[in-house]
Design a protein around this ligand. Structure first.
Ligand code: NI
Length: 137
């Protein structure tokens, strides 16, 4: 049976401040620049969710992409869209909300819920020029 990777793209907007409270204001400003702005700022994020699995004989699908969209919305996007990562998102509590940490947080929320198939990659775009990838390592 052939094994295929399928991807669903989702969009959300969210605010954050990239700040490490263990460091001085000067170090934070130096490390994080504009993303350290004290009064928050936002990004238009894009999230690509990739699932790999055998193509089901009966449906011709790995999994129904509409079902994948529902899972990704319920477990992640609806909980972060138009929210502040520093204040509003339980799975990001105590974590510096860089794209790296956000993509790992989203993975932990999504991975147990995705079936059939297996979550194999998340790609999170913070800007049209910057993205991070996570494969669960
Ligand atoms: Ni930022």
């Amino acid at each position: 049976m052939p094994v295929v990777t399928v991807t669903r793209r989702l969009h959300f907007n969210a605010a954050h401040r990239v700040h490490n409270p263990a460091l001085s204001d000067e170090e934070n400003e130096h490390l994080f620049g504009k993303c350290n702005n004290p009064n928050w700022h936002g990004h238009n994020y894009i999230l690509d969710v990739s699932v790999r699995g055998p193509v089901d004989d009966r449906t011709g699908y790995v999994l129904d992409l509409a079902a994948l969209k529902r899972i990704a919305e319920e477990r992640a996007v609806d909980r972060i869209d138009h929210k502040n990562f520093n204040l509003d998102v339980p799975f990001m509590r105590g974590v510096i909300p860089t794209s790296e940490n956000i993509v790992v947080g989203i993975w932990r929320e999504l991975e147990p819920a995705i079936r059939p198939g297996k979550l194999v990659k998340l790609v999170l775009w913070e800007t049209p020029n910057n993205y991070v990838e996570y494969t669960g390592e």
